[in-house]
Design a protein around this ligand. Structure first.
Ligand code: ADP
Ligand code: ADP
Length: 230
């Protein structure tokens, strides 16, 4: 069974006021994400990558088609589908006066995880933030905040982690850190999906790449086959 299975996914946004047709962001996308892989969703700005991630996250409703996460239908089995996936959003959103430890504890509470079963300390160590446990979020560097976002997405121990443009606009050093974090998690068995518009990033990190352009999936191959084509 694939980690994620997407079939004929279509998204047409509601038309802006005064116009009759909304934007067609996804025009029938299908692909499978195999378990255990690092899967790259590669495409230029406006291709439809965020729309697809937001549909999986339950933040945007699809127009038609279907998707399963870990075998759970994103509409009919939404709760189970949501519990199988952790999403690292593009935007960094933390209350400035919460600490990394509190951010993870709150998220654990949100998922109804009993206090003694939470793994906040372990997660902070995994993203190299153990020494920032009790610092206010506003004092963290951009890189630390991004690593905290990854830890937050892993609080409920999902088998799949999705990162939306994790390295857009970040410097080389931080990009390296994030790549290492992603590969570490993958080695522990987490299936990774990341969107990017950097070909080199997809090539270096991903086992398999799907290319999205104008809302269509124009390629879906193991990375070495794709690179061989170029
Ligand atoms: P990407 O993440 O690949 O840059 P997006 O999924 O953000 O692509 O956007 C795909 C298309 O859908 C773009 O043309 C974008 O302008 C449009 N779009 C994205 N979000 C919305 C929205 N909330 N309402 C209307 N159109 C949108
Ligand atoms: P930032 O870029 O957020 O300022 P730092 O560079 O201060 O983060 O990182 C703190 C420490 O943690 C550094 O010594 C850095 O090398 C280490 N570190 C950060 N991320 C990783 C990682 N993924 N793997 C190993 N070490 C890391």
């Amino acid at each position: 069974q694939p980690a994620i299975s997407i079939r004929d996914l279509v998204k047409r946004y509601a038309p802006p006021k005064g116009e009759s047709e909304g934007k067609l962001a996804l025009n029938g996308v299908s692909f499978d994400v195999p378990q255990g892989q690092i899967f790259g969703l590669l495409g230029p700005n406006g291709a439809g990558k965020s729309t697809l991630i937001n549909i999986l996250a339950g933040l945007v409703t699809k127009t038609s088609g279907s998707a399963e996460i870990w075998g759970f239908d994103i509409d009919r089995q939404r709760r189970n589908a949501s519990r199988a996936i952790g999403i690292v959003p593009q935007e960094i959103v933390f209350d400035p006066f919460f600490t990394p430890f509190e951010v993870l504890e709150n998220q654990g509470g949100f998922y109804g995880i009993a206090k003694h079963l939470r793994r906040s300390e372990e997660l902070l160590a995994a993203v190299h933030l153990a020494d920032k446990r009790d610092a206010y979020a506003r004092t963290l560097s951009g890189g630390m905040k991004r690593r905290l976002l990854v830890a937050k997405a892993m609080v409920h121990s999902p088998p799949i982690l999705v990162l939306d443009e994790p390295t857009a606009g970040v410097d080389v050093e931080l990009r390296r850190q994030l790549w290492e974090l992603v590969t570490d998690l993958n080695k522990e068995g987490v299936t990774i999906v990341l969107t990017t518009h950097y070909l080199e990033e997809a090539e270096e990190l991903c086992d398999r790449i799907a290319i999205i352009n104008h809302g269509e999936c124009i390629a879906d191959k193991p990375t070495r086959e794709l690179v061989g084509m170029a």
